[in-house]
Each structure stands twice: as structure tokens, then as C-alpha cells.
Design a protein around this ligand. Structure first.
Ligand SMILES: [Fe+2]
Ligand SMILES: [Fe+2]
Length: 169
């Protein structure tokens, strides 16, 4: 696969994803988690298939926590639990888990293929749904370090099912 620049300027290549300013969402804790995600993704792409599986399992575990963290913040700031950002996460995780079985059945290139697809997917997700969430968190005064609202009266529980400031596709 040739290098390709996504619309926001981050570049995915067979070696992984270069962190660029355009990946920053505006929330420091979210960005820390995203840095870890990109580091694990790049490590995976730079590891030969025979040594990928343990790293891949750790990457899935990290992604479970990464997505759960965002979903916890969404629920704490007024989203219904089954909002569309969360269902995008669920689809990605389902695909990531299915890959383990295919790999174990002999498709030893599948982790590479998925990792390359995730390197294409992530910049768009970070720049749309995650950045939209970061903006929403700021708007309602939610501190992601302490996971508390400055003024809980500003949030109506489960009142939103969309993705905040961005449209869902
Ligand atoms: Fe994220
Ligand atoms: Fe997300």
C-alpha cells in the first residue's frame, strides 16, 4: 500500500501512522490515550507475523479501555449509552476480535491488513467523533482527569443519541 494522506493531514503507511498535530482532539487525556493507540498500532506493523499475536491481544485490551473511557464520558455528559459513536466503537472491536480467530486458522497476514486499515480509519475517527466529543466535554465543563462535571445541572442524563457536534454516518 502506498502512503496516503487523509483529509486532516495525518499520514498512514505500511510502517504505521505518523502523529501529526491534526490528530490532537483538544482533550489532553484523550490525546494521551490516542498516542498509546498509535504507538501500539505502529509496533504491530513493525513486528513479524510470528510474534504479532501477544502484541495484538494487548492492543485489543488497550482499545477496549480506550473506547470504554470515551463511552463513560459520553454517558456522564448526557448521551444515551447506545449512541452512534459507541456503536462505531462496537463495530471496530467486533472486527478486531474476529481477526484473532482468522489468524489462528492460518491467515497470518490478517493482523497486518487490519492494522493498515486502522491506520487509515483512526485519523478520520479522531478528527470527527473524538474531536466532536472533546468539544462537547469542554462545552459542558467535564474534566476528563477527575471525570467530574463543574455544574451537573447543565447535563440532562441520556438526552442525546447522536455524536455531539458531528453528524453520524
Ligand atoms: Fe478515541
Ligand atoms: Fe471514539
Amino acid at each position: 500500500m502506498e502512503n496516503s494522506a487523509s483529509t486532516d493531514g495525518a499520514v498512514a503507511s505500511p510502517q504505521g501512522l505518523d502523529w501529526t498535530d491534526s490528530l490532537n482532539t483538544g482533550d489532553a487525556r484523550m490525546d494521551d490515550t490516542h498516542h498509546e493507540f498509535v504507538t501500539l498500532l505502529n509496533e504491530l506493523l513493525q513486528t513479524p507475523p510470528e510474534r504479532q499475536l501477544p502484541l495484538y491481544r494487548a492492543f485489543i485490551d488497550h482499545t477496549v479501555d480506550h473506547f470504554a473511557q470515551e463511552e463513560r464520558w459520553m454517558v456522564a455528559t448526557g448521551f444515551a449509552a447506545d449512541n452512534c459513536h459507541a456503536s462505531h466503537h462496537a463495530t471496530i472491536l467486533e472486527t478486531m476480535r474476529a481477526v484473532v480467530e482468522h489468524f489462528e486458522q492460518g491467515d497470518t497476514d490478517i493482523i497486518n491488513r487490519l492494522a493498515e486499515a486502522l491506520a487509515e480509519w483512526f485519523p478520520q475517527h479522531a478528527a470527527s467523533m473524538d474531536a466532536g466529543l472533546a468539544l462537547h466535554l469542554k462545552d459542558v465543563g467535564f474534566d476528563t482527569r477527575t471525570e467530574t462535571l463543574a455544574d451537573p445541572a447543565k447535563v440532562r442524563p441520556a438526552s442525546m443519541s447522536g455524536c455531539g457536534s458531528v453528524t453520524c454516518s
